[in-house]
Design a protein around this ligand. Structure first.
Ligand SMILES: [Zn+2]
Ligand SMILES: [Zn+2]
Length: 603
């Protein structure tokens, strides 16, 4: 069932362990390379890293030596001791460490933390010591190295990283490590990584012929192969069916618009960096759209609206383009063109709760369908310091809207955690994190409340009292984008999709050439019954054909030999290993169409 995380990662013991392990690693590295310059080393998801400016490149076997030394340091049972120091004293301590000196300048001026990340308040400067190692650090740490279990840490890899992520700066050496509370957790994590490698959607996506990238098309612009096309159609059918039941109507909007629209929406100039550059024609600038909202707003605003028409739920699988940095592109998870399960719900304030819960309900139905058992909804709120900068400058409306969302979630019994200072520009948002079958985490989609942009678009409706009122807008995309969703589903199912989603549902395999015609006839009947089927009439031997179908993870194989041909039957081999010999074709069709029609996870 859904699990509620009560504690923020930054406040957890695991975070302190990982942060402390990073310091211990830095100590070990500096002992090994006394001329090394150390920079920053924060905890990250599942572990930690530290970036070093080393006199020579690090070798693979160095990691073992560093790890060995880390174990010794841990066994020394050293306290982590914090000390607040004035900037000048900090400069003395780190006089041979140019990166630390740069960070101290940043801390002293305020606005940056010890990792160089922007910060609202001006921090105090503090150092942490363990053994004879000292680091510029705000903490938090464990009290003593004995809280780090030496059998639950592992150094994972070495990579290059630019100082402050800027390619004009020097390339540093980044060492990644992982740390857990118990050895069993480390073992489980390493197993998960191994399993994740096998399920990697980039690898399986290619093997199962779902999508490709092509240099001449461009990075981040996936080409969907026929098998991917089938999955997209199935997901769109699913969305249409669910959304129609939930009272949505469908619209279609172009990929291009004039610049004016995005100036009106507020995306330009602020969001320009994430958009493809404009093209100009007859003195007018056009952009490919990074999102569909402004066009849906135009549809809402196309004529006067009455309260009787609300809620108006406009849905579209819209294709958007965003200019993600090339270094950030990743398989189907970070792309530059994306087809979004988008919709905008325009409603009056008193309809908000019901509409909002309706959206959450849709999420839950999809989670049920895909067997997603663990998920967390994160409610992202505004930060006071960001009003007028990161956020629309209207505190009263922020507080009111956040409260509405909170109440809706509470009343609907939806588990969630609150996160300060991570909202969208125009309102609070819900981020949905899900975990795949092997426990890998994905951020799937966001669901946002917009109390600001409808006004910018001059959207209104006539309320019961005959007065103009600005509607609220809910942006939602429970099935995320096709790219992200299919990337997730490939890894979640390891490519063994339920029959309704499988690109090829049935493969007919003749035992010898003698049954080719019969196999073809069977495939024809299956297609006639609406199944995605083919007959393998190639020159391979039967066993090779069976293996090929298994590699493609086809849910059903029908093997036909002389006996089957004479009796007019088929022998069924199911992907899960079960088998039924000599059954009438009609019995198989009944079984398959029943499972597929109900989108069952059973075969
Ligand atoms: Zn630190
Ligand atoms: Zn939107």
């Amino acid at each position: 069932m859904a699990e509620q995380k009560n504690e923020r990662y930054q406040d957890s013991q695991l975070y302190r362990i990982r942060h402390s392990a990073a310091h211990v690693m830095a100590q070990a590295v500096l002992e090994m390379f006394p001329e090394a310059k150390y920079t920053i080393g924060p905890p990250v998801e599942n572990g930690f890293y530290y970036d070093f400016d080393l006199p020579e490149p690090l070798k693979e076997e160095d990691l073992d030596a560093i790890q060995k030394r880390m174990r010794q340091i841990i066994a020394g049972q050293h306290d982590f001791v914090k000390e607040v120091v004035p900037a000048d004293e900090a400069r003395k301590i780190f006089k041979d460490q140019p990166y630390k000196l740069e960070l101290i300048d940043g801390l002293e001026q305020g606005g940056f933390d010890e990792y160089g990340e922007p910060l609202d308040e001006k921090p105090e400067i503090s150092i942490y010591k363990q053994d004879d190692f000292v680091d510029l650090c705000r903490g938090p740490h464990v009290a003593n190295t004995k809280e780090i279990n030496p059998s639950a840490i592992k150094l994972m890899s070495v990579a290059g990283a630019y100082w402050r992520g800027d390619e004009n700066n020097k390339m540093l050496t980044r060492i990644y490590g992982t740390a857990w509370q118990k050895p069993d957790e480390l073992k489980e994590y390493l197993h998960m990584l191994e399993e994740a490698k096998k399920r990697d959607h980039r690898k399986l996506g290619k093997e199962l012929e779902i999508f490709i990238y092509d240099d001449e098309v461009g990075p981040g612009l996936p080409l969907w192969l026929p098998n991917g096309g089938v999955m997209i159609d199935e997901l769109e059918d699913l969305a249409k069916e669910m959304e129609t039941k939930a009272g949505y109507v469908r619209v279609r909007t172009p990929h291009l618009t004039k610049e004016d629209l995005f100036i009106r929406s507020g995306h330009l100039p602020y969001y320009a960096e994430s958009m493809y550059p404009p093209m100009e024609l007859e003195g007018v600038r056009y952009y490919v759209k990074p999102m569909n909202c402004p066009m849906h707003h135009k549809i809402f605003g196309a004529r006067p609206r009455s309260y009787r028409e609300l809620p108006l739920r406009l849905a579209e699988y819209g294709t958007c383009y965003r200019y993600e940095k090339s270094g950030e592109l990743f398989g189907l998870m970070r792309v530059r063109s994306m087809q979004m399960n988008d919709a905008h719900i325009y409603c009056a304030e008193e309809q908000f709760e019901q509409e909002f819960l309706g959206v959450i309900d849709l999420y839950k139905k999809y989670f049920d369908l895909f067997g997603i058992e663990k998920y967390v909804m994160r409610l992202s709120l505004h930060g006071k310091a960001g009003l007028g900068k990161k956020y629309v400058d209207n505190e009263r409306l922020w507080l009111k809207t956040e409260d509405m969302v909170r109440r809706a979630m509470d009343n609907g019994g939806v588990p969630y955690v609150e996160v300060a200072d991570e909202a969208a520009f125009y309102g609070p948002k819900i981020d949905v994190q899900i975990w795949s079958a092997i426990g890998r985490e994905f951020t799937l989609a966001t669901n946002q409340v917009d109390f600001a942009v409808p006004e910018r678009f001059d959207l209104k409706f006539t309320n019961r009292d005959g007065q103009d009122e600005v509607p609220l807008c809910i942006h939602r995309a429970p099935l995320s984008t096709h790219e992200r969703m299919i990337g997730f589903l490939i890894e979640h199912y390891a490519g063994a999709f339920p029959a309704w989603l499988a690109p090829e549902q049935v493969r007919v395999i003749p035992i010898t050439d003698g049954q080719n015609e019969y196999a073809e006839d069977i495939a024809g009947q299956l297609k006639g019954a609406g199944l995605r089927a083919s007959a393998d009439l190639g020159s391979d031997r039967m066993n090779a054909k069976i293996r090929n179908a298994q590699l493609m993870k086809v849910p059903y194989m029908l093997v036909v030999g002389n006996n089957e041909m004479e009796a007019g039957t088929v022998s069924l081999r199911v992907r899960d290993g079960s088998q039924e010999n000599d059954i009438p074709l009609s019995a198989f069709i009944a079984r398959a169409t029943d499972r597929i029609g109900s989108r069952s996870s059973e075969l």
